[in-house]
Design a protein around this ligand. Sequence first.
Ligand code: KIV
Ligand code: NA
Length: 270
Amino acid sequence: GAKRLVPGDIRAAKGGTPIVMLTAYTTPIAKLVDQHCEMALVGDSVGMVLHGLPTTLGVTMEMMILHGQAVARGLKRAMMVIDMPFGSFEESPDQAFRNAARLMAETGAGAVKLEGGTHMAETIAFLTERGIPVMGHVGLTPQSVNTLGGYKVQGRGEDGDRVRADAISVAEAGAFSIVLEKVPDTLARAITKAVDVPTIGIGASADCDGQVLVVDDMLGLFADFRPKFVKRYAELSETAERAIATYAAEVRLRRFPATEHVFGDDSKAK
Ligand code: KIV
Ligand code: NA
């Protein structure tokens, strides 16, 4: 069998063939991601994508653990990274360690991801020094939607220095990789050159060391959300809608079930 990827493998891929990452929240999608990607992210986007929450703020440790366990059952080679949900790590390094250790122990994830730059550096160092690999996440950090005032591009113009400093602090604190979300192309390129760990872009740049997307977005399953940075590789929600409409019509016309879907009374029949 294929050898399980670990944070050291991801770190070593800096500057090489781009690292491929997608979110996964369920076993069947995890199995597909495992065939083609280096990392599967159990993102807290699960709250919006699968549970209908308006933001990621309502995502709980229990939700992350349940989905993390489902994803783990589908992975052989890809490394699982699991998001620390809002409220589970910001208070103190102690709080972050306690919850990160629980996520790792109960799901078998290879690493946790947490949002935040310079102000989270102490926590990232605390975790990595105690055996928990951390992926950083800077630029647009959706858990801060209320203080950022929306899901805007981060680091345009003068503000680029802030995002660059965030990425450098996170790398220096010991993160093995950093997600750059919704930052200008040029800034993402500059940050990728400035840090010695791989950058994973989403709405960032083709020059990042890797890319991540929300799998339901790129499959066209989460149809309500059409941001510029998501390329639709399929339109599964349209396909599913047509299938459901056809099923409903066939039931009403008594065309489903047909002969091949029903059972005979003969005990030897299939
Ligand atoms: O939760 C998530 O899906 C993420 C990615 C968009 C990076 O954090
Ligand atoms: Na997330």
